[in-house]
Ligand binder design. Structure first.
Ligand SMILES: [Zn+2]
Length: 276
């Protein structure tokens, strides 16, 4: 059996097994005394023990399940029964906090649907995890921006595919920090206005907003920040120019089969190619 640090300092490993479904690691909290959440009294009187099955980060592509033995204590002072708290696992959560963070990162580079399928996490569960972490990060970012210096902000308003090619949502990001400031379930002008109306984005502050060519976003930015500089992502401009060039080429017969020549830099063309 392999031996690597589990990285959960509050727990000790009791035993580990390898099953067909992955690793099963049995752990227990090392602390033998807890403070009552109702009255704050410290107690070490164990009422009973229960086992929670919690999914953790995979090891060598094998899923890892922690079987956490959780003690329930009876408070000497107020007689209430309560479970020992765990720093790495939220109450009623079937995943460790770090596994939730990992899933969030995966969704950032893909879609919730894709990650849900690949990692066998129910879609609605993953959606709940994703939005809870995204909103926590947005709040942290908002607090940090409120206390930071009033230098110019660079925002990025973009669309992301939630279900590949089927549903788009609007995402507002702080482009300098690369962090999410908010999301909305569609890409309407009103939704963009709602996102741009956050308290931290004062009209007095200089703003640069990076956009694609989606008109409702432009309308929203012009409505809220008339003096903002709008930067259109180079990718979208190149895409439009290439489409227009292709269209013009198809309508002009001598150029019909010259797509490659048209897109190549003039200085790189041979004499006969230039002539064409
Ligand atoms: Zn108590």
């Amino acid at each position: 059996m392999l031996s690597i640090p589990l990285g959960l300092p509050e727990c000790k490993v009791i035993k580990q097994e390898l099953h067909s479904y992955g690793y099963a690691i049995h752990v227990e909290k090392t602390e033998t005394q807890e403070h009552c959440p109702h009255c704050g009294f410290a107690t070490s009187s164990v009422h009973d023990r229960r086992t929670r099955k919690v999914r953790d980060l995979a090891i060598f592509h094998q899923p890892v399940y922690l079987f956490v033995k959780v003690k329930r204590y009876r408070c000497w002072n107020c007689s209430q029964v309560f479970s020992a708290s765990l720093e790495s696992i939220a109450p009623n959560q079937h995943y460790t906090n770090r596994f939730c963070e990992y899933l969030y990162e995966l969704c950032e580079g893909s879609t919730i649907q894709e990650v849900s399928r690949k990692h066998c996490i129910p879609y609605t569960t993953l959606e709940r995890i994703y939005y809870s972490i995204a909103s926590k990060k947005a709040k942290e970012r908002q607090t940090a921006t409120e206390v930071s210096s009033p230098e110019e902000m660079v925002l990025s308003l973009d669309e992301i595919a939630v279900k590949k090619g089927h549903q788009y949502e609007t995402i507002l990001m702080d482009a300098k920090a690369g962090s999410v400031m908010g999301m909305h379930a569609d890409r309407q002008c009103d939704s963009a206005i709602h996102l741009l109306s956050q308290k931290v984005l004062s009209k007095e502050r200089g703003q640069t907003v990076i956009l694609d060519m989606w008109e409702p976003y432009h309308k929203a930015v012009r409505a809220l920040f008339p003096s903002a500089s709008i930067v259109i992502d180079k990718y979208h401009v190149v895409q439009k120019v290439t489409q227009a060039l292709d269209q013009a080429r198809k309508e002009c017969s001598p150029l019909k089969k010259a797509r490659y020549l048209l897109l190549k830099g003039c200085e790189k063309l041979r004499q006969d190619q230039r002539h064409r």
